[in-house]
Design a protein around this ligand. Structure first.
Ligand SMILES: [Zn+2]
Length: 413
């Protein structure tokens, strides 16, 4: 049987970058390469109900070993990687017996994973650190989660060391572009709660997420030849530039906020003289805060419309996901048993808020309470991404203890 490290290295070498501008599902066909491999691995482990949907969702069941009717739970991870950094030709580097100190990535020596920016590294001297070569992301987000789930399932099936109820494995596509649950049938998963394995470090349980909206700002100008532009040409790019310059910089931005403070974050611009567009994410822990961020964008646009009456400025806001807090209250065991399992695995758990969202936010909204568990991710979406084998091993241990804890529960009819 492959080790946890073997699995992780095999999965990150498969390019599964999501494509935000695609309308197909999955957004990139290459994600199916990993989905097909996972379905085959689930079959060879002897799991039940193995299924690969046309949209790339892989589901399988680790059958119960307890005699009583224990509740079904689900373990969820996403196969896709972020569109922000290339995932083509990932060449993972295994730094065994990490000596401490900054890690220079050999494929791009100006890219350095600095201890100053990654204080967790100080506690991992002697550990096995895994990075990319610096030219791509690593893809630990979320192939660490995929590998951890597969390794935990293998342990339950082959070593039969704990008594447990039914466990559904769920591998999704396109989480990074907010479409991870688009083709997921929560009723078919049939679980009382789920756990995404898509978190940083070790021993943390994320039980709250941002609420999130997407805003697309479109400026339409007037493009004619610059030689006759006087009094006629309206440059959409310049007006969009003013819009971006009007956004707050000392607050309400990811660069200047932490903890429970939300933000407005432009992350992509495009266009020309005739028309220009910026895409922004709006984030807050409560929905009122989100609405206030949208009003701020509208007030900036209103001011620009007064100053540039011949331009058209529109803002389209659409919901992405919502804070999972309320949904989790419907199944209090979801977090309580994760806390117990983390302690049983030898760690003191931290119940945290996550400044982002996960498939768990969407699943919780769809009626499957789904907190997020640590799986050793660091610097996601970046060429400086890294993980450690020991953190992934801790996550496997948490899953095994979680299976055991849920195996002691009774399913309600
Ligand atoms: Zn992720």
């Amino acid at each position: 049987m492959p080790t946890l490290l073997d699995r992780f290295l095999a999965y990150v070498r498969i390019d599964t970058q999501a494509d935000e501008h695609s309308t197909t599902s999955p957004s990139s066909a290459k994600q199916l390469d990993l989905c097909r491999l996972l379905a085959a691995e689930c079959r060879s482990l002897g799991l039940a109900d193995v299924d690969l949907s046309p949209h790339g969702v892989v589901t399988a069941t680790v059958p119960a070993t307890v005699a009583h009717a224990a509740p079904t739970i689900a373990w969820v991870a996403h196969v896709d990687t972020s569109p922000e950094t290339s995932g083509t030709g990932v060449a993972p580097i295994v730094h065994r017996d990490y000596r401490g100190g900054d890690i220079v990535l050999p494929g791009a020596p100006d890219r350095v994973i600095r201890v100053a920016d990654n204080p967790e590294l100080a506690g991992l001297v002697g550990a096995t650190i895994i990075t990319s070569d610096g030219t791509t992301l690593l893809g630990a987000d979320d192939k660490a989660g995929v590998a951890v789930i597969m390794a935990a399932a293998e342990r339950l099936v082959n070593r039969r060391e704990v008594a447990h109820g039914p466990i559904r494995l769920v591998f999704t596509c396109d989480e990074e572009i907010g479409r991870g649950t688009e083709h997921l049938d929560v009723a078919r998963i049939g679980a009382v709660c789920g756990y995404t394995l898509d978190g940083s470090g070790r021993g943390t349980i994320d039980a709250e997420t941002f609420s999130a909206d997407l805003a697309v700002v479109t400026v339409t100008g007037v493009n004619i030849h610059p030689s006759i532009g006087k009094g006629r040409l309206v440059n959409a790019m310049k007006i969009l530039g003013e819009f971006l310059a009007a956004l707050p910089t000392d607050r309400l931005s990811p660069e200047t906020t932490a903890g429970r403070d939300g933000f407005v974050h432009p992350y992509e611009i495009g266009g020309g003289v005739a028309s220009a567009e910026a895409r922004l994410i709006l984030r807050d822990f409560d929905t009122d805060g989100l609405a206030a961020h949208a009003r701020l964008l509208e007030s900036i646009a209103a001011d620009l419309r007064r100053r540039h009456p011949r331009a058209t400025i529109t803002i389209a806001v659409s919901p992405q996901y919502r804070n999972m807090r309320e949904g989790l209250e419907r199944e209090p065991r979801a977090v309580a048993l994760a806390v117990a399992a983390t302690r049983a695995a030898g760690m003191e758990p931290t119940v945290d808020v996550i400044r982002g969202g996960t498939d768990g936010s969407l699943l919780t909204a769809l009626g499957l309470p789904t907190p997020n568990l640590s799986t050793g991710e660091h610097n996601p979406h970046s060429p400086l991404e890294w993980t450690s084998l020991e953190e992934m091993e801790s996550a496997v241990e948490v899953l095994v203890r979680l299976a055991e804890a849920w195996g002691r529960e009774r399913a309600t009819a």
